[in-house]
Design a protein around this ligand. Sequence first.
Ligand code: ADP
Length: 475
Amino acid sequence: MTEPRLEADLTGRFDRLLWATLAGYAALVVLAFTVVSETSLRRSLEQSADGIESLLGLYVDTATARNTVAPAMLADQLLGMGDRFLITRTVSTGDGRIDPSVYFLSPTMPAKRIETGPGMSAEAVRQTLLESIAARGRWRFHVFHRRSGEFDIYVAGSRRPYLVAVLGLSLGALFLLPIAALWARREANRAVERALAPLGRVVRETQAIGPSALSRRVGTPTGLAEVTGLAEAINRMIDRVERSHRALEAFTADASHELRTPLTHLRAQVQWALAEHRAPADIHEALTATGREVDRMSRMVEDMLLIARGENRQLAIERQAFDLEAVAQEVKEITADMTPTSTITVSLDVDGLQGLQAVGDPARVRQILLNLASNAVRYTKEGAITFTLAHRDGLAGVRVRDTGCGIPPEQIDRVFDRFYRVESSRSRAHGGSGLGLTIAQVLAELQDGRIEVESRPGHGSTFSLWLPCPPLERR
Ligand code: ADP
């Protein structure tokens, strides 16, 4: 399904809104005009009725003379008014009946003849009048009725003048509306185009960023706050992508470099062994060296896989309260076994924290401490390796302190980087691959812990592992 384009969608919405607004406005104008005209027509009819009523009052004496038509003097006056009206008079006949009769009918009245008769009610007269007026056009006249004593005054006013104006207005609106709407649509199109231009630019600039141009960024500000926000978010995302891309590049370069050296060794050894006239003892020696190299490479590949799985959160990590002291004790004993010479003493200082508990995976914690301890053994010629339990800010820790060569301050931040060795030749001679601390850090972070390091060249180093403590009641 093809999605609608934002530009077309916005223009369409704007268009519909515009039509509805303009048509609504025109209808409102016509309605307001009609209401005002109708009200003023009614007011003028009321005024006419007032005039007629006062004339009837002036001739009250003659009016009481029970005439069925207006006396000549009154009729002259009424005629002079020039309005369209009808006056009926309802008088009680002697036998108790009530008869309405036409008292005066102005010559301009739309209903020329009103039939009245004995027994007809005033209401019936009104109905007859309205019907005969309606017969000349239902909407053409407004009839105003007023009762004044025995008289019923009906004044009719023509709606024609204002209906013509209403019709003119409506027709004007009908013709002008599409023109106004077309013009507004063109302007709306332009406005939407202008508004979306920065977005289009951000799309084009983002498309131009690829693996070969990862250092490019989308230009900001774009001229629209929202689009600038979007561009900045894209830039931040590309920052992250670039960082991990660089890390991956560095990792690939490091890994291939690290594997190339042992592979060169292997090839040389195999070629040497394959040469003619090699004594069986020499071949055996070459194969033993080959085996060691293969073991080292396998360990390195295992370590690389472990780091990759840890960083992708694919390692199974337990989360339980466990006895950190017991794990430290076990690692201390293994470390003591790793240092057969008596030049290094290995000890555990519980520091009053017997049975110190931590939350995490005891097997992984053991692995971390063994990595730290084997480094301590590797880089300490003589002196002491001390494990110390610690407790700080709700964290349980183990410090691994050695009196070895230490790490220069300018390199201390890099020792956790993959394949980083402070002194490559020295470390490789020790059998290190530069992955031990990376693994320790990845495993610590997976358990919400961390590793801190302090070191003084020539005096030794202290690596501290910190892990969360169990909740109080479980401690
Ligand atoms: P390696 O396998 O080379 O020991 P690590 O990642 O464990 O790799 O350590 C990285 C580097 O940090 C080592 O090569 C070493 O130079 C330095 N290092 C680590 N631990 C110590 C220590 N206890 N004393 C001195 N240097 C250390």
